[in-house]
Ligand binder design. Structure first.
Ligand SMILES: Cc1cc2nc3c(=O)[nH]c(=O)nc-3n(C[C@H](O)[C@H](O)[C@H](O)COP(=O)(O)O)c2cc1C
Length: 184
């Protein structure tokens, strides 16, 4: 275990997801006392409140991984000017049963890349709304709305020169945010 274990939620199940690439690249920009684990959300059932008393193994796993993390990192595309359903499904699952919200109190960062010019701005805003209700302290600044363009990633999956410094600044802010709220 590192000092700061971060649970990463990628809002895309796509094999070649740009947001998963971004999540991988972000992990390379953090200091050595941070480690990042991408949580599996593709095997969660559709949320059904009838199952609250008997959650699926994948739901129990998700909640345990969140509870044992020091912080959260959401890396999401924008679907139809909002967050993808798979991400909302995961948010709902780990928020229940009522009174057992696994997300609560975990410092979080929100970032995303999309092929649209607004670079996930509306998805991030909708996500912030949900996270506020879930009592997740979410970094306000810096923001990062990344527009997917040629050269965003190199062949090794590292961020290209045009966005590396900008995203490094975002990561520096995120690291400070987690340290401030998660404590030592
Ligand atoms: C159902 C659907 C809705 C989309 N809606 C938006 C949108 O509202 N804004 C946007 O910028 N891109 C939108 N896109 C395009 C995504 O930015 C693009 O598919 C991106 O590659 C998704 O992220 P990923 O590569 O991590 O899967 C949409 C794509 C899909 C499949």
């Amino acid at each position: 275990m590192s000092k700061y274990d971060i649970a990463v939620v990628v809002g895309s199940l796509r094999k070649d997801s740009f947001n998963r690439k971004l999540a991988n690249a972000l992990a390379q920009l953090a200091p050595a006392d941070f480690s990042f684990k991408q949580l599996e959300i593709g095997d969660l059932p559709l949320y059904n409140q009838d199952d609250d008393g008997n959650p699926a193994p994948s739901v129990k796993r998700l909640k345990q991984e969140i509870l044992s993390a020091k912080g959260l990192l959401f890396v999401t595309p924008e679907y139809n000017r909002s967050i993808p359903g798979v991400l909302k499904n995961a948010l709902d699952h780990a928020s229940r049963p009522y009174g057992q919200n696994a997300w609560a109190g975990k410092p979080a960062g929100v970032i995303g890349v999309s092929v649209g010019a607004i670079g996930t701005a509306l998805a991030q805003q909708h996500l912030r709304n949900v996270l506020a209700y879930l009592d997740v302290p979410t970094m306000g600044q810096p923001e990062a709305f990344l527009h997917m363009k040629e050269g965003m990633f190199d062949a090794q999956g590292n961020l290209g020169a045009a966005s590396r410094d900008f995203v490094q600044k975002w990561m520096n802010g995120y690291v400070a945010w987690v340290k401030k709220l998660a404590g030592a």
